[in-house]
Design a protein around this ligand. Structure first.
Ligand code: NAG
Length: 400
């Protein structure tokens, strides 16, 4: 009898532990709550495993994260069948940067009039790869009938800012200059990316707009982009920072891996203590504030910062596109922005839309009230992701 009671107690304890572990915050009106919860639990588990690995001396947290996620995605991709049919896929280098080029074999192959699209994958500058995004980039090439170039930029923290930015600029510039090799019309090349890839796409667009003698990018399409690192207490960070599809904790960790690889600063960043009072009162905080409160205009070179490695970069548009001045935003190509309600990055995405519009840039903005960060990656298995993909493709068809 005592045995049985012990067994029952052990069972209850294990069940409670599992229930506790699997309990996932799910917003009431999220689309397909079951799918969302599974995503959250998976991400959280993977993060715990990656941390635990480092703790017991196996790898580092970011390298473990990369490895586990890559393997999971590979397994999922292998179930998707022959999705590359109708495409010629080539791994090559553009100005020393590894890229994968997707060419639709039937669409204007020799005419030199087909459009092109540079795609920059997400993953917090730390994880994922051209391979992980193979299914999505192949889908874009086929749906759009355009040549897609997917960029294998160097990842943090092994390669800190501005490595990923530099690689993205180099590959994009090379494509603009060598479009005819792929029978692409150099005046019809756009750029796109999601999350950290949206950050890089926006930063590349800002940088190349200033280069003389280059064809202009036709459009930038930014999918829930990361665009600022000065305010980690925006309403969307405060309201949704606990969601495991992209928690505040993970977002701040990614920023630190990319900026200076010093995770001991996490608490400082989370409380906005990485910015001075002077910065908090400046126009830069106005750029993040949806009410655009009047601010004191301070030049970047006069800004004071706490003693943190590389901290002044948080005002550099190559790192944080929302910190660009109005003059830099003027004249940017027509822009598409996708945001999701259940995403810490919603507010900054909306603010980028607002600032571009005020600078006279033509902007289309799709906001998904019931969507969460990363939904586009699940376009073939998650209904709202499918809808988002359709509208995004529709925009690109029109804009390229
Ligand atoms: C942030 O700054 C506030 C005010 O100076 C201070 O009370 C708090 O302890 C700081 N927190 C961290 C994590 O640095």
């Amino acid at each position: 009898m005592a045995m049985l009671v012990k067994a029952a107690l052990a069972f209850v304890a294990v069940a409670a532990l599992i229930a506790y572990y699997c309990h996932e915050p799910v917003p009431q009106d999220i689309a397909q709550p079951g799918f969302f919860a599974t995503q959250g639990i998976t991400f959280r588990t993977v993060h715990h495993m990656a941390k635990f690995g480092e703790y017991i001396g196996i790898g580092t947290e970011p390298a473990n994260l990369r490895y586990i996620m890559e393997e999971m995605m590979r397994a999922a991709r292998e179930k998707k069948g022959n999705y590359r049919e109708g495409l010629k896929c080539t791994d090559t280098t553009f100005d020393g940067v590894r890229v994968r080029v997707y060419e639709p074999v039937s669409a204007g192959e020799s005419s030199g009039t087909r459009p092109g699209l540079v795609y920059i994958h997400g993953g917090g500058w730390v994880v994922f790869s051209v391979d992980v995004y193979d299914h999505l980039t192949a889908h874009l090439a086929k749906q759009l009938g355009v040549v897609v170039v997917s960029v294998e930029y160097r990842l943090a923290p092994e390669h800190k800012f501005p490595a990923a930015f530099d690689d993205s600029v180099s590959a994009t510039r090379f494509f603009l200059q060598n479009a005819e090799k792929y029978n692409v019309d150099r005046t019809r090349i756009g750029i796109s990316g999601d999350s950290a890839g949206g950050n890089l796409a926006a930063a590349v667009t800002l940088a190349l707009a200033k280069e003389k003698g280059l064809p202009k990018l036709k459009t930038q399409a930014l999918i829930y982009p990361i665009v600022q690192a000065i305010d980690f207490n925006t309403p969307s960070y405060s309201d949704h920072g606990h969601l495991n599809t992209l928690s505040k904790d993970v977002m701040v960790a990614c920023w630190l891996w990319y900026l200076n690889n010093d995770q001991s600063l996490k608490a400082v960043f989370k409380t906005n203590n990485h910015t001075s009072d002077q910065l908090k009162k400046s126009q830069y905080f106005g750029y993040v504030d949806t009410k655009m409160q009047p601010k004191v205009v301070i030049k970047k070179e006069n800004m004071k910062f706490p003693d943190i490695p590389n901290i002044a970069a948080i005002l550099d548009p190559r790192l944080a596109p929302l910190m660009a001045d109005d003059a830099d935003l003027k004249g940017l190509p027509p822009t598409y922005v996708m945001t999701c309600e259940y995403d810490v990055l919603k507010d900054e995405g909306v603010m980028y839309v607002t600032r571009l519009e005020r600078a006279g840039v033509k902007v289309e903005h799709d906001h998904y009230e019931r969507g969460f960060h990363g939904l586009l990656n699940h376009f073939d298995v998650y209904e709202l992701g499918g809808t988002a993909m359709e509208k995004y493709v529709m925009y690109l068809k029109k804009a390229l």
